[in-house]
Design a protein around this ligand. Structure first.
Ligand code: GLP
Length: 248
């Protein structure tokens, strides 16, 4: 059974996640090791990033020895575009902390199609080369996607180009001013990539996520709801607010 922690609201829950990240960074720092973080975008982790920025500014938490790999990026996507995950990460985290630019990795939405497969293999190799992900944080889409691993994703999938589900594009339509403007594809770490992380934290807030959280936690394990694969992991924790947990 999955470990699930429920907090009164997303602010308190986000702090918990930020403290966990800070603990990992500090203990690895003491051992003179880098920390390798798998990061997510979307509304869900914004409070975690805000708390990490506060810990950096007010308590001297340093990201000098932190290496990051983001889960996904729309394809195609220019990094300067309003909706790019490069911009999102800069605005919500990286511009406000002391991370080294060359330690930041986000799937590149500007590549030519024919080089993407090699690029994705290299992304996997880069993660392994620095010792693998110490922690991967995740949100969840209403299709049950983690990263952009939509229904039908294989449990051993790696980083690759995928086609977005119609519901995912509808949910993103506000950011893009209409569903027709939402890219049909994305580059995402795979379920297999996520599974290799030493620790995984999936976060969800609000009533809107309650039905999919119920399926992810209590439903049968199926590729139709990719997040159900997390039930097979020994290193995962779900961190929810009481609204997202309300159907459990
Ligand atoms: C997006 C991201 C996911 C994210 C999910 C939920 O499409 N690619 O990584 O977890 O959808 O988004 P939100 O946190 O805004 O609800």
């Amino acid at each position: 059974k999955l470990p699930v922690s429920v907090y009164e609201n997303d602010r308190i829950a986000s702090k918990k996640v930020a403290y966990r990240i800070a603990d990992i960074i500090k203990s690895k720092d003491r051992r003179g090791e880098n920390t390798v973080l798998g990061l997510a975008t979307g509304a869900t982790p914004i409070g975690v990033y805000a708390e990490l920025i506060r810990l950096h500014k007010e308590e001297g938490l340093s990201f000098k020895n932190v290496i990051t790999f983001n889960l996904d990026e729309y394809y195609p996507m220019q990094s300067k575009a309003q909706q790019s995950y490069v911009r999102f990460m800069d605005e919500n985290l990286f511009n406000h902390i002391d991370i080294r630019r060359d330690n930041i990795h986000i799937p590149d939405g500007t590549l030519k199609k024919e080089v993407i497969a090699d690029y994705c293999l290299a992304y996997e190799r880069q993660i392994s080369a620095v010792g693998g992900l110490d922690l991967q944080i995740l949100g969840i889409g209403r299709t049950g996607h983690i990263g952009f691993n939509e229904p039908g994703s294989a449990p051993n999938s790696g980083t690759r180009l995928v086609t977005l589900d119609d519901l995912t594009r509808r949910d993103a339509s506000r950011d893009f001013g209409g569903k027709e403007n939402v890219p049909t594809k994305a580059i995402t770490m795979g379920i297999g990539t996520i599974f290799k992380a030493k620790e995984i934290i999936l976060m969800a807030w609000s009533k809107k996520k309650a039905p999919i959280i119920r399926k992810a936690v209590e439903g049968e394990i199926t590729g139709n709801v990719p997040a159900t694969y997390l039930q097979l992991s020994d290193n995962v924790e779900f961190i929810l607010d009481s609204d997202a947990a309300s159907e459990l």
